[in-house]
Write a protein that binds this ligand. Structure first.
Ligand SMILES: *[C@@H]1O[C@H](CO)[C@@H](O)[C@H](O)[C@H]1NC(C)=O
Ligand SMILES: *[C@@H]1O[C@H](CO)[C@@H](O)[C@H](O)[C@H]1NC(C)=O
Length: 438
């Protein structure tokens, strides 16, 4: 197999022609067969010579019924025979077409593993991507385009994948978790499994007991720092106070803004957990997901209310997954391009803050929103928290998108983003949406 992507292999005209010829032949044959079958059925099962009888002549009625039954079973047998002959001729035809295809130079499937066999349908094409990112995201994400989750794009990055799979069996894996994450972002997910052990942190100690763990920064010895620019939690906490933009900038500081998030409702963009839960009968919100949940504070607050939240997070220049786990919460390492690993109609609540916004290519956002709708149970809540966009995008793109997906709006607050007094027509939307009961 060559390492080239499918785009590097323009389809030969002969290939398209032969498949067009093939479908024409198929259609022609189907038309003939359908006609033959209907002629046969109408002539064979015609009841025009049935004798005239009256309903109260039960003996005559039984006789007629009996003979009709015989005729019917005879027809059934003939039909089965016809069916058998049809499938024989079908398989003969398939063989013939196969030979024709080979004569035209078609590849058989086993020789064609490095690309798609046929042209992709529109939906599949959208689902497979790639989708271009706005400028400025390349350094952080390590890719100019986002690829939706699908293991097969691994084929596009064969050289990287070969690198990833270079290690000594049974030994320590290379420290390449960020590299692996970048492959994931290019849609090479699931990644192949490996037969090596991830590097263990030196001097690991047992985790802080629950519930103290919820609000405790773990010891530096709990993780391997190789992949990050910070080499300890002090650095990560201080990074929030310094200049520069980082993913979830002040999330590692559990004594700052993190401490008060979602505790109060300001009647505007900041919804409070208790007012959101108050829209449902007590105790009926029990399990859910926080998409792109930073260091897990939403899940911690919900845990304090006996609600179990799984937090999805990537490790963008910070050990987010490890930090969430240290708090005694459940992290899952998936990107927003990943199909949510939950079954349809299962979750009571999905929350997402700052992650879903206008940086996500429109069509990918729509797929993601439908997926959220899918995993929510009827009556389940989708709390879209601080969705960022430009004013004119709001009414032209996003409001229609939400309407298409048919969430019910329980609450909708849109407000301008105040940025040092400069009006850039930047907006936030916070919304509480409900999946309809029926
Ligand atoms: C934490 O790491 C930074 C660099 O990332 C280093 O300058 C600092 O000395 C470290 N502090 C501690 C307490 O280890
Ligand atoms: C969107 O449309 C609504 C209703 O027409 C209007 O009140 C609102 O100002 C518009 N929002 C923006 C950001 O243009």
């Amino acid at each position: 197999m060559s390492g080239k992507s499918i785009e590097d292999h323009p389809r030969r005209p002969g290939q398209q022609q032969s498949s067009a010829t093939r479908s024409k032949l198929m259609i022609l044959l189907l038309v003939i067969l359908t006609n033959m079958l209907s002629i046969y059925l109408f002539s064979g099962l015609s009841l025009e010579n049935a004798p005239r009888i009256t309903l109260w002549d039960s003996k005559a009625l039984l006789q007629v019924l009996d003979s009709t039954r015989h005729k019917l079973s005879a027809s059934e047998a003939q039909l089965a025979e016809l069916h058998r002959r049809l499938s024989t001729s079908n398989s003969l035809l398939e063989t013939l077409l196969d030979e024709l295809g080979k004569a035209h130079g078609d590849k058989t499937p086993s020789q064609n593993l490095d690309g798609w066999q046929n042209e992709l349908s529109r939906e599949l094409k959208l689902a497979v991507g790639p989708h271009k990112l706005p400028r400025g995201f390349t350094p952080l994400l390590g890719t100019r385009e986002l690829y939706p989750t699908l293991g097969s794009p691994c084929r596009r990055f064969q050289a990287d994948l070969t690198d990833y799979m270079s290690y000594e069996v049974g030994k320590e894996c290379p420290s390449d978790d960020i590299f692996a994450q970048r492959l994931m972002l290019k849609g090479c997910e699931p990644l192949p499994r490996r037969r090596c052990h991830p590097k263990s942190p030196a001097g690991y100690v047992e985790p802080t007991p629950f519930p103290t763990s919820l609000w405790t920064i773990p010891p530096d010895t709990s993780i391997v720092w190789d992949a990050y620019s910070c080499k300890n939690y002090t650095c990560l906490v201080n990074r929030g106070k310094a200049k520069g933009s980082y993913d979830c900038k002040d999330c590692f500081n559990l004594n700052g803004r993190e401490k008060v998030r979602w505790e109060y409702d300001n009647g505007n963009l900041d919804f409070g957990i208790d007012s959101v839960l108050g829209t449902k009968p007590p105790g009926t919100i029990r399990i859910g997901l926080d998409i792109g949940g930073g260091t897990g504070t939403f899940a911690a607050r919900m845990r304090e209310r006996d609600i179990t939240i799984v937090t999805s997070s990537m490790n963008f220049d910070g050990p987010f997954n490890n930090f969430i786990a240290s708090r005694g919460l459940v992290p899952i390492h998936i990107s927003i391009a990943h199909r949510l690993p939950f079954f349809d109609n299962t979750l009571d609540i999905v929350h997402s803050m700052h992650v879903l916004s206008n940086w996500v290519p429109d069509i990918m956002l729509e797929f993601a929103l439908y997926d959220i709708y899918r995993v929510l149970r009827p009556g389940g809540l989708f709390w879209l928290d601080h969705f960022f966009c430009i004013g004119k995008q709001l009414n032209s793109t996003y409001v229609p998108m939400f309407d298409r997906i048919r969430f019910k709006k329980l609450r909708w607050n849109a407000g301008r983003k105040l940025d040092k007094g400069i009006d850039k027509d930047e907006w936030y939307v916070s919304a509480l949406l409900e999946k309809p009961m029926t």
